[in-house]
Design a protein. Structure first.
Length: 320
């Protein structure tokens, strides 16, 4: 059996912040941001929570898949910015949608998180352990940003995406994932320091910090390579793929990947212009938009790929 995506959903915060809006509080402009990233706007959480957005996306995905919450065997929530350290976001989603029979856990692989969750779902289904799995990618990155640093805060947005994965004869053909912790410092965000009666450490940087040039070089080198590895495992060529749904980090990266794969740009849909970089939510939000826009039909072969902090990367080849 294979993991087949049976339904998708997404949810974005109500507040839409344009580049011009940011120009009122930062030394930046629409032209500066667009020319370097391709981003025109992003959605920023005000009252929304990671659990609430995840549950909304999950309800949509369950409806399309015609799966009841109590039928779910497992929930995997990919996130680096949950509402709480505990309880896990996945357990809050379980509570909110009424998935009373599901096991649940969180997964953190940054911008590759949704791909890692999808590959995990494939493994569970292939071994016969589970048949119906909900995976989500959710981030509220706005709380992790230094809003005086125009080099980072203009890049990111908030949101959630979800997919219901069912055991089927058709579905995922191949998956590849990897990491390089040695270079992880090029994209980082500090956590809580050790504070106890025996230690009183200075806190690390509490906001997202990024070496943009190093991240770009990593992405344009690694993403085409891992996609080609996944295609080789599936015994397919790049031209066999209908759509490539990449993590929405930067338009230049997406264009470079398309060029290296020698595939036309129209095979690489984007939601970057409207959503910015939503880390683990980027791929599922884009997938849901493409799905709802009717750009996918049964039997299409597609590639999903993520890359980001860790450094981590992953790609999956699927039959829709």
């Amino acid at each position: 059996m294979r993991a087949r995506i049976a339904g998708t959903g997404s949810c974005l915060p109500g507040l839409r912040v344009t580049n011009d809006d940011l120009g009122k509080i930062l030394d930046t402009s629409d032209e500066w941001i667009r020319s370097r990233t391709g981003i025109g706007a992003r959605h920023i959480a005000v009252e929304e929570t990671a659990a609430g957005m995840s549950a909304e996306a999950a309800v949509q995905a369950l409806k399309e898949a015609d799966v009841k919450p109590e039928e779910l065997d497992l929930i995997i929530a990919a996130t680096l910015s949950p509402d709480h350290i505990v309880p896990p976001l996945s357990c809050e989603i379980q509570r909110d949608i009424g998935a009373v029979n599901a096991a649940a856990y969180d997964l953190c692989a940054a911008c590759s998180g949704f791909i890692f969750a999808l590959i995990a779902a494939q493994a569970y289904i292939q071994c016969g352990m589970y048949r119906k799995i909900l995976i989500t990618g959710t981030e509220i990155l706005s709380k992790l940003l230094d809003w005086t640093d125009r080099s980072t805060c203009v890049l990111f947005g908030d949101g959630a995406g979800a997919a219901v994965i069912c055991a089927d004869e058709q579905g995922m053909l191949a998956g590849v994932q990897g990491s390089d912790g040695v270079k992880g410092s090029v994209l980082s965000c500090g956590g809580r320091p050790v504070q106890n009666p025996y230690a009183n450490q200075m806190p690390p940087g509490q906001y997202v910090q990024m070496n943009g040039q190093e991240v770009y070089k990593f992405a344009v080198r690694t993403v085409p390579k891992c996609i080609n590895e996944a295609l080789a495992k599936a015994e397919l060529q790049p031209e066999d793929i209908s759509l490539y749904l990449l993590h929405q980090a930067n338009q230049r990266i997406i264009d470079a990947v398309a060029k290296r794969l020698k595939q036309p740009a129209d095979k690489f849909p984007v939601c970057l212009e409207e959503c910015g970089n939503i880390s683990a939510a980027s791929v599922p939000v884009l997938l849901d938009r493409v799905n709802k826009d009717g750009k996918l039909k049964r039997g299409d072969k597609i590639v999903l790929a993520g890359f980001g902090a860790g450094l981590t990367w992953g790609a999956a080849v699927l039959v829709w």
